[in-house]
Design a binder for this molecule. Structure first.
Ligand code: ATP
Length: 332
């Protein structure tokens, strides 16, 4: 097991700086998710931890050792990629064993290790099959098992579930949470999907344009976003944000925190408008309400409102967020 310290790291590709003087400590044994919009530098940061891309300046410290100049094989990390990178001509067993062959592990020990790990990830029935004959989820497990045999002190994963369908992705999320609990090893996981981040992470690191916007637990990110970017990135659909028309100040509330009614509501923030769209989500219904130039999304348990209806909405003071002209939270 190991903690990771990223110290004042900058990464420049030719003339473009994609990571800017970034410092971050990833706790030993944590499930840390790096999340952010496409191109924000998540993969670049992960590859610098892995040693696949050298940083332009700054250091990477794993388990107290400065590994900045070490090649990937000497950092005690294992990486799981989006495309799994399995060898098509090898069986599942051979794919898993492959990681060990370079480490001069004896044959008997190798066999025992492959058996144990296959059992952990539920691959035993498939050990003699080739990757092409497996489902996406099973291939994903082979990629995980191949990383696990190396007994790394850190697992690095880059969008490992993005090739799976929605149902399997949800199942694999739970399996990864279980696996993390079982192994107790540091997981660093990259995704652009905030739902994945919220459901798996104990720590979320939200990035934008090569910088950290906020680092917090999923609950804290949702309840106490420190700026407008976080407020609008975390939560589906995003927080409603509107200008107050004075000094660049904006206020926001989450779609799930507004009350809808046919009559005026007693609340700290009140508005009135027409329902312009209605989307049934299952247990909840999503309404878009327009009032002159403004538009609000409201997620409600009440599905009885219809498009074209005039409605009132209200939000309690405790559910309102205020931001200054630079997007920083003002009400903390
Ligand atoms: P995504 O979710 O789309 O994978 P990301 O957050 O992982 O995005 P990165 O892959 O880290 O983003 O890329 C960050 C920026 O660095 C992007 O603007 C990208 O174009 C640029 N970049 C990445 N690799 C290279 C490279 N080898 N040469 C030049 N620019 C690069």
């Amino acid at each position: 097991m190991a903690s990771i310290d990223i110290v004042q790291v900058t990464k420049t590709f030719e003339k473009t700086t994609v990571i800017q003087d970034l410092s971050l400590t990833i706790r030993d044994g944590s499930f840390t998710v790096l999340v952010g919009p496409s191109g924000c530098g998540k993969t670049t940061l992960l590859r610098m931890i892995a040693g696949l891309d050298p940083q332009t300046s700054g250091s990477v410290i794993i388990g107290g050792t400065d590994v900045s100049r070490r090649p990937p094989g000497q950092r005690g990390v294992a990486m799981v990629f989006q495309n799994y990178a399995l060898y098509p001509t090898m069986t599942v067993r051979e794919n898993i064993e492959f990681g060990l062959k370079n480490n001069k592990v004896g044959k008997a020990e190798r066999k025992a290790l492959v058996e144990t790990i296959s059992e952990t990830v539920g691959l035993q029935p498939y050990l003699d099959r080739k990757p092409a004959t497996l489902s996406g989820g099973q291939r994903q497990r082979v990629a995980l098992a191949r990383a696990m045999v190396k007994k790394p002190s850190v697992f690095l994963m880059d969008e490992p579930l993005s090739n799976l369908d929605a149902k399997l992705r949800a199942q694999m999320r739970l399996e990864l949470i279980e696996l993390h609990k079982k192994l107790g090893t540091t997981f660093v996981y990259v995704t652009h999907d905030q739902v994945e981040a919220m459901s798996m992470a104990d720590t979320i690191v939200l990035m934008n344009r090569g910088m950290i916007q906020q680092e917090a637990s999923p609950e804290e990110m949702y309840r106490r976003p420190s700026n407008l970017f976080t407020a609008q990135f975390i939560g589906v659909p995003p927080m409603n944000v509107n200008g107050l028309g004075e000094g660049g100040i904006a206020f926001g509330f989450r779609p799930e925190h507004a009350i809808l009614s046919l009559y005026p509501v007693a609340a700290d923030f009140r508005a009135e408008g027409t329902i312009v769209t209605r989307e049934m989500l299952g247990s909840e219904t999503l309404y878009q309400i327009r009032e002159q130039g403004r538009s609000y999304m409201v997620k409600s348990m009440d599905d009885s409102f219809a498009v074209g209806q005039q409605v009132h909405l209200g939000v309690g003071a405790g559910r309102l967020y205020f931001f200054d002209r630079d997007g920083r939270r003002m009400d903390e």
